[in-house]
Design a protein around this ligand. Structure first.
Ligand code: HMG
Ligand code: MG
Length: 377
């Protein structure tokens, strides 16, 4: 992140833009005052890795099917805004999540990005069938997912909690043997809509098992967005006590009760340095109706920019992307930062742009086909 000095900035108080070039920085400061003011928080990591989940966690929950070229364009725009890890899609059973049944097509449209070694485009795989599909598409990073609770394991993966772990063991082993990056999600870490309170020991044992299987890191999912700060501290402490350091963890907060940013900042102050979020705050889980959108990436970036934490994200380009996808999804972004920075554009009636959206899809498809090697078209 480039930090552009304000005209009378001192060394301790500077103004932040997230632009990556001097030219962009000039443009950014022209369109809005150079805010937020930076006050470095020494209790936070100097740098945070943002794991963008919008194209997967966001689009899996849409009532309508978004065309593959539009999905690929979303990923491309997010990368253009400086995000280097973008969860691109999901190779789950298409009968369970028809919204992402086009995973192969989406991944094939991402050929230009896949050639870049600085980018990660992880995908969700629930079992060996999903893993084989992902491998044959040239995926380099996979995410498996388990549940801290019995009920959600059955609802989300049609298996008991123990059977889910059995199903994931060969997936993690195969992925590691192929030299892939492997993340494991644990859902319902802070509360479950059917079971209520979730025992910390259950969360800890699932995390330990996933790391034993060979996962590089575990993302702690607050699937229904009910966590509060003290609970986050206690869970991270419990994990540290069994030898799971914050460096092996990421946090994944949904924002149902408006606590996602507060919980994330708490986790960062405890040493976690990888945060999941979705552009514009889109998201949810079709198998837990009380799951709403994820922490908005813009809200996270604003808070981190103010705290002097490096993310590499160009906030203005990200807001543009969220306004763009909100128009295509037919509703404004729930992110406060998007609303504040986009102004009336973020609130405009998105249905007015539906036709434009169809035309965009065709253009995106044409662009992607042009960039692809001939054999893959
Ligand atoms: P199942 O129906 O028990 O599967 O589903 P099965 O093994 O009995 O197979 C049934 C048929 O599906 C077979 O075909 C398989 O080949 C096929 P048939 O022989 O009948 O012709 N099949 C597949 N086809 C394509 N790709 C596959 C696949 N797997 C089986 N991967 C299964 C079990 C796990 C597959 C299913 O429950 C499933 O796909 N679940 C995924 C649910 C999901 O995607 N949930 C949302 C993502 S998780 C989330 O959002 C939480 C997170 O964000 C963190 C948080 O917020 O907490 C990560
Ligand atoms: Mg989620």
């Amino acid at each position: 992140m480039t930090v552009a000095d304000a005209s009378d900035a001192t060394t301790t108080v500077t103004t932040a833009t997230t632009a990556t070039t001097a030219t962009t920085a000039t443009n950014v400061t022209k369109v809005r005052p150079a805010l937020p003011v930076v006050h470095r928080r020494a209790d936070l990591p100097a740098q945070v890795r943002i794991w963008e989940v919008g194209p997967r966690d966001g689009l899996q929950n849409e009532p309508s099917i978004i065309p593959a070229p539009l999905k690929a364009e979303l990923v491309t725009r997010l990368v253009g805004a400086g995000l280097t890890t973008v969860e691109a899609t999901s190779f789950v059973n298409p009968a369970w999540v028809p919204q992402l049944a086009d995973a192969e097509e989406v991944f094939s449209l991402l050929v230009p990005l896949r050639a870049r070694s600085d980018l990660h485009l992880p995908v969700l795989v629930p079992n060996l069938a999903g893993f084989e599909r992902a491998r044959s598409c040239g995926v380099r990073d996979v995410c498996v997912f388990a549940s801290a609770t019995e009920t959600f394991a059955r609802k989300n993966l049609n298996r008991s909690r123990a059977q889910v772990l059995e199903m994931l063991a060969p997936v993690v082993a195969e992925a590691k043997a192929e030299g892939m990056g492997v993340r494991a999600y644990v859902s319902m870490c802070f509360g479950d809509p059917w079971e209520g309170v979730v025992r910390e020991t259950d969360v800890v044992s699932v995390c330990e098992r996933l790391l034993e299987l060979g996962a590089d890191e575990v993302s702690l999912g607050d699937t229904i967005g009910v966590a509060t700060g003290g609970q986050v501290v206690d869970l991270l402490d419990a994990l540290a006590r069994v030898g799971v350091p914050p460096a092996r963890l990421a946090v994944h907060f949904h924002d149902t009760y408006g606590q996602a940013l507060a919980n994330t900042m708490t986790a960062l102050a405890c040493g976690v340095a990888t945060v999941d979020s979705s552009a514009g705050g889109i998201g949810g889980c079709p198998f837990a109706k009380s799951a709403t959108g994820n922490l908005a990436t813009e809200d996270l970036c604003w808070a981190l920019a103010g705290a002097g934490v490096e993310t590499g994200v160009d906030l203005d380009r990200l807001v543009e992307t969220s306004v763009w996808i909100a128009a295509r999804l037919g509703r404004p972004s729930p992110s406060k930062v998007v609303q504040a920075l986009a102004g009336p554009r973020g609130q405009e009636d998105p249905t007015a742009t539906r036709k434009e959206s169809e035309a965009d899809s065709e253009h995106a498809a044409q662009d992607a086909r042009r960039d692809m090697p001939e054999a893959e078209r």
